[in-house]
Design a protein around this ligand. Structure first.
Ligand SMILES: Nc1nc2c(c(=O)[nH]1)N[C@H]1C(S)=C(S)[C@@H](COP(=O)(O)O)O[C@H]1N2
Ligand SMILES: [Mo]
Length: 214
């Protein structure tokens, strides 16, 4: 299998870089495709098929649970938050990977800092407009590369890709990148989401091929 060779090559490369004390990631696209994945040039749309329309007047993002300060952000308030741009790779468990996706939005860690999670919070649960949910370990959800994205390729995030706001969690399989995001719960217990209760892996690291099971 070609992909397997790339992964072995990648591991050797990381070994070499670690030995040399260099930490930069390879820019060779083939080194960035996890085992069992293939590259796609387009950006497939994958969801349950129900895409709730966006109304900027009624849209809100609710932050609740184990926090000092619950938040209910309106569209205007969300737009006023500090913004970042990010280029990251996207790996769907159904085996397609897309490299160098250009996202814009707000770092989840910034919104979390506004809400001030209590020490009891261990997980972050994402709730979407069509009742899709997914779960993240809080430490990972607060990673520097986790975004509340409202732009794709410099344009407002299109509805099929989860507009107006979706999670982007580049280090985990795509099903953790919740589209049509409406609420985030800081939780003291893990709450496996839509796909996690249907057999997908509870964690979902593509580099460990955590596709199914716990
Ligand atoms: N709300 C919601 N978010 C979702 C899904 C979904 O069905 N509903 N599908 C997930 C899956 S399996 C993937 S691979 C990505 C796909 O994102 P895309 O449609 O922008 O490619 O969204 C994830 N987020
Ligand atoms: Mo997916």
């Amino acid at each position: 299998m070609g992909i397997e060779r790339f992964v072995q090559k990648r591991e050797r490369l990381i070994e070499t870089l670690t030995r040399k004390g260099e930490v930069e990631r390879s820019t060779d696209p083939r080194e960035r495709v996890p085992a069992g994945q293939h590259l796609t040039q387009g950006f497939p749309v994958l969801d349950l098929g129900f895409r709730p329309p966006f109304d900027p007047i009624t849209w809100t993002l609710r932050i609740f649970g184990e926090v000092e300060r619950e938040l209910l952000l309106t569209w205007d308030e969300f737009q006023a938050l500090p913004r970042v741009e990010q280029v990251s790779d996207f790996h769907c468990v159904t085996t397609w990977s897309k490299l160098d996706v250009v996202w814009g939005g707000v770092k989840l860690a910034n919104v979390s800092a506004m809400a001030k999670p209590r020490p009891t919070a261990t997980h972050l649960i994402a709730y979407c407009a069509e009742d899709y949910t997914t779960n993240l370990r809080l430490t990972e959800a607060l990673g520097d590369d986790v975004l509340l994205a409202d732009e794709l390729d410099g344009e407002p995030l299109p509805l099929p890709h989860g507009g107006p706001v979706r999670l982007v969690v580049p280090k985990l399989y795509g099903w953790k990148s919740a589209k049509f995001l409406r609420a985030l719960e800081f939780s003291a217990v893990d709450k496996p989401g839509f796909w996690e209760v249907r057999g997908y892996h509870n964690h979902g690291d593509p580099w460990r091929e955590e596709r199914f099971g716990r």
